[in-house]
Design a protein. Structure first.
Length: 253
């Protein structure tokens, strides 16, 4: 591996979780926290926020909490890895070099509705910026806004902890760049014939209610609405007649 290559570490036994994502300069981009319960979860359990990148399917919010792929052990599949839920089989291949490319193949019954997300918890300092098209329509905690403003708050800039929590969804946005100091990270999602979005979970010490902490996620989504049961027509992915669907996530830093 070239010194400038990116690298990924994956824990197949723990939901196929990306436990490390390093840029070519060696920077670790993924945020983590101590969460011993993460290693004892079963499908249907409440989500345990350990950080890293978690695969969410068939939903993010709702039931099952953050889907169930994150709570199932993944198995080797040729040069990749695979996981099977009640209604689907998801296979993933990860290639590294100057970028990280994750290729996905989903098998399910035609017409099956789902949401998939790469729930990517990033280690970002106050002052880090999210770059998306100015004026793009978005939803902030289910309220319509335009990027980057929520009333008087510039959501493109991560401030210090202020006790706020916002779930931001920018529909039909295929790529987003995060800049933190001298470093930047770009995530790009490619999927044909399905709606997509970029979501930002912006928790500046406002969640959970009992012992709040700070964590930030950028989430490429196949689909738009984060909660499957609340999604309207056109806001979820729908399996085509072939019973297979492919998409690609590319990360550069």
């Amino acid at each position: 591996m070239d010194q400038s290559d990116m690298s990924v570490e994956v824990a197949m036994e723990y939901g196929g979780r990306w436990s490390s994502l390093r840029g070519g300069n060696g920077r670790e981009w993924l945020w983590h926290r101590e969460a011993p319960d993460r290693f004892r979860v079963r499908p249907g359990d409440a989500f345990v926020d350990a950080g890293g990148l978690e695969e969410c399917i068939p939903t993010i919010g709702g039931t099952p909490d953050h889907g169930d792929a994150w709570s199932r052990p993944w198995q080797p599949h040729g040069t990749g890895m695979t996981v099977a839920g009640e209604d689907y089989r998801l296979t993933r291949w990860i290639d590294t070099g100057s970028a990280v490319t994750a290729r996905y193949l989903l098998n399910a019954e035609p017409g099956w509705r789902f949401i998939w997300a790469a729930h990517t918890m990033l280690d970002l300092a106050p002052g880090a910026r999210m770059q998306a098209p100015h004026g793009a329509p978005m939803w902030v905690n289910s309220e319509p806004r335009t990027w980057p403003y929520d009333e008087e708050t510039d959501l493109s800039v991560l401030g210090a902890d202020d006790g706020t929590t916002r779930m931001i969804v920018i529909p039909q946005l295929a790529d987003i760049t995060v800049t933190d100091g001298q470093d930047s990270l770009t995530m790009r999602l490619e999927v044909d014939g399905q709606p997509c979005a970029m979501a930002i979970w912006r928790n500046l010490g406002g969640w959970p209610a009992d012992v709040p902490y700070r964590n930030i996620a950028v989430e490429p989504i196949v689909g738009i609405c984060p909660e499957l049961k609340l999604a309207r027509d056109g806001e979820t992915a729908v399996m085509p007649a072939s019973g297979t669907l492919e998409w690609t996530l590319t990360v550069t830093a």
